[in-house]
Ligand binder design. Structure first.
Ligand code: G4P
Length: 315
């Protein structure tokens, strides 16, 4: 069993930048010069991973509000730490977002108006652009702001595909933009976190690999929630993630003919449970973890560079 599991447990990097995103990039670039405020939605469960550097590059020094959305699904304490982290950026304000928060619409409109007080008339309307990676909740937020079904929402990455100007009032315009992904995902963990949060197209990743990664993370940082959700009454600390996946499959009755565990179905259940918040409120990253992961990655790159220098020299 371990041999098969080991093969699937080898994590691989995820890249997803479908063709239409080049068009989206150009559309956002063209639009940005006529915009007063950018509202960038981040996924509160993975704020660093969802903070797309391609967007940062296009937006540059525009006044920005970072909305850590889906905060209802994230770990409250960790979200507070992320807000503090993002508040260090002098050019942006950070706050939490949640589709069910009734006060959010008013709060966001007032904040935008206070950031650009000179643009509040028919002649000079306030122009607000909503951006973010696919599936982070842009359309849901816009529908809430405008008060009707203006933008198509759906739990499929990259549903909104072209720029749209929507009129909140004569003096307040909202621009919807297509979801934009990292052009090249630099760190593997970003790919996993984005895929687990459902911001990456299904075909770009393997459910089993995602489930294995997620289980490893939950086992380390949210073991109690994991045990509770799947009613596991064993010591999981000594189990490798693949074994845990089997155990959960067995518990959930995901059995194929011949008694084998249906790994695909089990993986889907775990990922869907996470996305729907059924495991509990979980954050996939903290500012401190990211610092450590980047340091690890820097050391690994240095080691690789040293090795290739040695290889060159020995040729
Ligand atoms: P996008 O435009 O950025 O691609 O995202 P969209 O608004 O389509 O939202 C994607 C999914 O995320 C939708 O779920 C939406 O309801 C959900 N969502 C948006 N904001 C929040 C939030 O603050 N909290 C939570 N928990 N979910 C949020 P869906 O599967 O289409 O479900 P449904 O809610 O429409 O049934």
């Amino acid at each position: 069993m371990r041999k098969i599991l080991y093969r699937k447990s080898v994590l691989m990097s995820i890249q997803w930048f479908p063709g239409h995103m080049n068009k989206a990039k150009k559309e956002i670039k063209d639009l940005v010069s006529n915009i007063d405020i950018v509202v960038e939605l981040l996924d509160a469960r993975a704020p660093f991973s969802s903070c797309n550097p391609l967007l940062q590059n296009i937006i540059k020094y525009k006044k920005k509000i970072r909305l850590l959305n889906k905060a209802d699904l994230a770990d409250n304490e960790i979200t507070k730490r992320w807000i503090e982290f993002f508040q260090k950026d002098a050019n942006a304000i950070a706050l939490t977002g949640n589709k069910d928060d009734l006060k959010q619409k008013k709060q966001l409109i007032q904040l935008c108006q206070s950031l650009s007080p000179n643009r509040n008339s028919f002649e000079k309307p306030l122009r607000v652009m909503i951006t973010g990676i696919p599936n982070v909740g842009k359309s849901t937020l816009i529908n809430k702001l405008i008060g009707k079904k203006s933008a198509k929402t759906g739990d499929v990455p990259a549903v909104t595909r072209s720029n749209q100007c929507l009129v909140l009032t004569d003096s307040f315009l909202v621009y919807d933009t297509p979801g934009m992904m990292w052009q090249k995902i630099k760190y593997d963990k970003i790919g996993y976190n984005l895929a687990i949060c459902n911001s990456i197209g299904r075909n770009a990743c393997d459910d089993e690999i995602l489930a294995v990664y997620l289980l490893g993370y939950l086992k380390t940082y949210y073991c109690d929630l994991l045990l509770e959700r799947y009613k596991l009454n064993v010591d999981v600390s000594n189990l490798v993630e693949g074994e845990l996946l089997h155990l959960i499959g067995k518990k959930r009755g995901c059995i194929l003919s011949g008694g084998l565990i249906d790994i695909q179905k089990t993986s889907e259940i775990i990922i869907q449970d996470f996305r729907a918040g059924r495991i509990g409120r979980v954050s996939l990253e903290t500012p401190e973890l990211w610092e450590a992961w980047m340091e690890e990655s820097r050391l690994a790159e240095e080691l690789l560079a040293e090795q290739s220098e040695d290889d060159e020299a020995s040729r």
